[in-house]
Design a protein around this ligand. Structure first.
Ligand code: DGY
Length: 318
């Protein structure tokens, strides 16, 4: 069977598929667009995709041999699930394995934003550190503050656990209440989105990208946040209206932001790069050696299960 992998994955991660023909692609700039994906997926029985690959109805129609799309990510907003369902294509993802790594990244960005780590690094490198000063690069305390988690799922809960360790209170907003035992363990209060925005010192986004979360943090939401608040986004860029965020950061309507994801990746709004109160990373949430290797193994397990006709398909979404 022919398995097309849209980008090189950690070596060893796909060894389970060794008996098959594995074709790993590389693109010098960006990833495949629809036409390129159709081109490379010709004759494929399985496709292993990254979060930027547009697995559209057109792609699935043009490649009727595909039996499974194994997404090398937990999010799958790049895949047309309805089209996959309609054409009998199995879709899988990599849940659970990247929870702690992504929560670490959210906290890394939060601490960096709260304590000016990126400007401080630039300051030292520029040779500007000439003496200790009482008012140099002052930040804000996390302890005693409130973190508002938008989307208290696996990753949101892992961030909440870290926040508790830093002496923070936790509130959250979900479409439906979290499991009472999770709420209890975290001491987390379910609040309306407006209350979360108005009362949180840190707003951390952990919802998936869908029609109702797209642009959720726009001008109105940002205007509700405290001027001292920090926004952290390790979910999906399009949950935030980047233009509105640039304006809010520039006018100090909010204090700072930590961003791992962007509205139109890999492009970054040029306004963000001019600001000192935002710290950014190139979508590194799951980027640890162990996590990325395990994600590849999970894709391989799912593909192997589908291609061998197993009854149970692990990590199945559709
Ligand atoms: C995901 O898995 O959805 C992350 O954004 C990348 O690992």
């Amino acid at each position: 069977m022919r398995i097309v992998v849209t980008r090189p994955l950690p070596s060893g991660g796909l060894h389970l598929l060794n008996g098959h023909e594995i074709v790993q692609h590389e693109f010098s700039v960006g990833g495949p667009d629809e036409d390129q994906l159709i081109d490379i997926a010709q004759g494929a029985d399985a496709l292993i995709t990254l979060l930027s690959d547009p697995v559209t109805e057109r792609v699935l129609r043009a490649c009727p041999g595909i039996k499974v799309v194994a997404q090398y990510a937990v999010g799958y907003d790049n895949i047309d699930l309805a089209a996959a369902r309609a054409s009998g294509v199995v879709v899988t993802n990599t849940p659970g394995v990247l929870t702690e790594a992504t929560a670490d990244m959210a906290f890394a960005l939060l601490l960096a934003a709260a304590r000016n780590v990126a400007p401080a690094d630039r300051y030292v490198r520029a040779g500007e550190f000439s003496r200790w000063e009482a008012d140099l690069l002052l930040g804000s305390d996390l302890s005693g503050g409130t973190i508002g988690i938008v989307g208290l799922g696996r990753i949101g809960a892992a961030v909440a656990r870290r926040a508790i360790g830093f002496g923070m209170r936790v509130c959250y907003h979900n479409r439906s209440p979290a499991n009472p035992s999770v709420e209890q363990k975290l001491g987390a209060r379910l609040v309306s989105m407006n209350t979360l925005l108005e009362t949180s010192d840190v707003v951390s986004l952990h919802c998936s990208l869908n029609a109702s979360s797209r642009g959720l943090i726009g001008r109105e939401a940002l205007a509700r946040m405290k001027p001292s608040a920090i926004l952290v986004n390790t979910a999906r860029g399009a949950v935030v209206d980047e233009e509105a965020l640039v304006d809010a950061l520039r006018s100090r309507a909010i204090r700072a932001a930590g961003l791992d994801v962007f509205e139109d990746e890999p492009s970054v709004h040029p306004g963000l790069c001019d600001l000192d109160n935002v710290v950014m990373a190139p979508h590194l949430g799951s980027a640890t050696h162990a996590t990325r290797l395990r994600m590849a193994e999970m894709c391989a397990e799912a593909v192997q299960a589908v291609l061998s006709g197993a009854r149970h398909i692990p990590y199945r979404v559709v």
